[in-house]
Design a protein around this ligand. Structure first.
Ligand code: NAD
Length: 330
């Protein structure tokens, strides 16, 4: 049986990536939508053959509890709405995928995990790269110490923001933060999955060149993570630089990814030369994996706990910028 997914929030990512990916999935399909815009409901209904009974708005969303076609709710909303819709979906008896960054802060992540546990529903985060072959190879090289122990990581993610100056991404109340929340989570993850370790401390600094556009949120942030055993890694995030790489230094050589975090076209290198792995539809693999987790009642590798670990680092980075000191990740 293919499980039914309902997308909540029909913006750029839902329309540009997730809905097309759901045409390729084997274990789940696009069964429903939740939108506040009636014209989008009509358009999506026609385009993806979604019956009227599977279309909800933000007012009647909780009625989704009665809908047997919907097994999984996928929250693709501005960050400030992730917690509310994840908890409402779990209370409606649905398993949940919530987009990254998981929530405004780690405390909200803890509440989301608890609500899903209480409702006996699985929670996963929209981390697509854990299903990407080059990225999986980076994880393996570190885990199996193929080139010896990892001694350093340098990673960056960002893009030059030239979109709507009034977009939710630039509003603190809606986004929680700027490029760190949106792009930096990938670099934080890169350091974590390259080393297979959890960081203990962070020291961060912020740089702002456009105080008008980035009045409420961070533009560029640099950070150093300290791992057990004294291993240090470097990360940075930006809304003013087109960055996207992951460089790993190990005892016997360097390897990495560039581009490292894009939807497609990821390339990897090792001391032996270029990696040779297929390009896949990351979102299709990610959603199929979660559907199988639901069918097999097993925790996703990109669980709510995984999202929480990254948000603890994000919280500590903001604390470090505020204090000017090294902060403990708690
Ligand atoms: P978007 O602005 O294109 O879409 C947001 C959607 O939320 C829109 O349909 C909008 O109508 C709706 N919405 C409902 N209430 C709103 C409100 N009060 N203010 C603004 N919009 C409201 O954004 P997006 O790029 O699709 O991002 C949505 C989520 O997906 C974010 O959490 C983002 O971080 C995540 N995302 C993840 C990836 C990934 O690679 N995993 C990529 C892009 C976006």
């Amino acid at each position: 049986k293919k499980l039914g997914i309902a997308l909540v929030g029909l913006g750029g990512y839902a329309g540009g990536q997730l809905a097309p990916a759901l045409q390729e999935t084997k274990h789940c399909y696009l069964a429903g939508i939740v939108t506040g815009t009636p014209s989008k409901a009509d358009e999506w209904s026609k385009k993806y053959n979604i019956p009227g009974k599977n279309i909800y708005n933000y007012q009647n969303f909780d009625e989704i509890a009665k809908n047997k076609d919907i097994d999984i709710v996928y929250v693709v909303l501005p960050v400030s709405m992730h917690m509310e819709y994840t908890i409402r979906a779990a209370k409606a008896g649905k398993h949940v995928i919530c987009e990254k960054p998981m929530a405004l802060n780690a405390a909200d992540c803890v509440e989301m995990i608890a609500a899903c546990k209480k409702a006996n529903r699985l929670l996963s985060i929209g981390y697509r790269l854990h299903f990407e072959p080059h990225t999986q190879e980076i994880m393996r090289l570190g885990r199996e110490k193929v080139y010896g122990k990892v001694t350093g990581v340098d990673t960056a993610n960002g893009f030059k923001y030239n979109g709507d100056p009034n977009a939710w991404r630039l509003k603190k109340a809606l986004a929680g933060g700027g490029a760190l929340m949106d792009m930096g989570v990938y670099s934080i993850q890169g350091s974590r999955y390259s080393t297979g370790l959890e960081p203990l401390y962070v020291k961060a600094t912020e740089q702002k060149t456009n105080n008008d556009l980035f009045k409420e949120v961070d533009e560029t942030i640099f950070w150093d993570l300290e791992f057990p055993g004294g291993l240090m890694t470097k990360g940075k995030s930006s809304y003013n630089n087109n960055w996207g790489y992951l460089n790993v230094t190990a005892e016997k050589g360097q390897y990495g990814l560039k581009p490292a975090f894009s939807y497609g076209g990821i390339q990897g290198f090792t001391p032996q030369g270029a990696m040779n792995f297929p390009q896949i539809n990351q979102q299709a693999f990610q959603m199929d994996d979660f559907a199988q987790c639901v069918l097999q009642k097993k925790q996703s590798r990109v669980s709510g706990e995984e999202g929480l670990r990254d948000m603890k680092v994000v919280d500590a980075i903001y604390r470090s910028i505020a204090s000017g000191k090294k902060e403990k990740i708690i």
